[in-house]
Design a protein around this ligand. Sequence first.
Ligand SMILES: [Zn+2]
Ligand SMILES: [Zn+2]
Ligand SMILES: [Zn+2]
Ligand SMILES: [Zn+2]
Ligand SMILES: [Zn+2]
Ligand SMILES: [Zn+2]
Ligand SMILES: [Zn+2]
Ligand SMILES: [Zn+2]
Length: 355
Amino acid sequence: MRTAYESTYAETISSFPAVLGREQPSPIIRDGKTISPMDYSRYVRRFSSSLECGNPYCKDLNYREHFHCLDCNSRVFVKKEEMIRHFKWHKKRDESLQHGFMRYSPSDDCSDRYPNCGHNRKQTHYHCIQGTCDKVYISTSDVQMHANYHRKDSAIIQEGFQRLRATEECRTPYCAFYGQRTTHFHCRRDQCQYTFKNKADMEKHKTYHIKDEQLARDGFKKFLKPDPCGFANCRFSLVCNHIHCVRDGCSYVLHSSGQLLSHKRKHERKDSEIAYRKFKLAQQAVVNIGNNPDQQSHPDLSAAGTSMLLPTSSLVALNALSENLHGSSAPLPGSDRSSPKSASTQSRLPFMTGK
Ligand SMILES: [Zn+2]
Ligand SMILES: [Zn+2]
Ligand SMILES: [Zn+2]
Ligand SMILES: [Zn+2]
Ligand SMILES: [Zn+2]
Ligand SMILES: [Zn+2]
Ligand SMILES: [Zn+2]
Ligand SMILES: [Zn+2]
């Protein structure tokens, strides 16, 4: 299958030899615009005299027309050919960087970073700078092939996976292919330990995560038969595929996605009903305060004052109301009241626990 990524890559690769190879024919076409080959301003600035640049070094030497490199702090060129050579050196280095390589010409020293490099100061060569990769090439076609290798890997990473080649150690004890020295894939999403051998499974697994995220947004979590759901006393864990409602205080279990919408709606109705009743009670409390002139003139209407005013019966009524809303619903199937969340829920939302 030809992915969108691969077609993009085909376009990139076709322009690559021109970029890394011989001199480009002029004029240069960039972004559809024709740029004069004499435009060196990207890396070099021209000064007509040492007065114009103001640099003491240039003044001492009484330079007329000369050039400063904008990238290399102290590089000054008087001869235009030298400036052009230096400009091209920057340009080629930048272009190789865009493909993930650091270019070293015979005049560059790579020994700082690559102490054992056999190409140093002998020929133009390219060091791969991706991660811990230590590949070095002298042929631009090898560079292209290797850039392709990394580009495919990063496309896979963007999809949320990692490819491990037979030559790489997977260092992941839970992986089914651990120590087998075979090409395989890992899902990189948090808490997902899915590993697979067949690249075609990537799309399927991606779809699984998309659905999972959709379910999570709606307050559900689906568990497949082979995976323990982790809910205490759930009699469906490791027995069959099932879906838990993960809203605070609810332990509803669904067995088909057809029930999702109606259960979600049930919560939405309850939530808006509770919110409305709370609003009405709060409104009532404000009216009560307004009707009490003594309290109105009180300088510090503390929380204690408020609860004296707002009859405890109102709070009791609110709690009773909430319990009522829960109690009025039909008994929930698979209703183990001890989901992992409910302990903390009970202390926070007493009225949500139900009876
Ligand atoms: Zn100068
Ligand atoms: Zn420079
Ligand atoms: Zn080197
Ligand atoms: Zn590499
Ligand atoms: Zn693995
Ligand atoms: Zn996954
Ligand atoms: Zn379960
Ligand atoms: Zn629920």
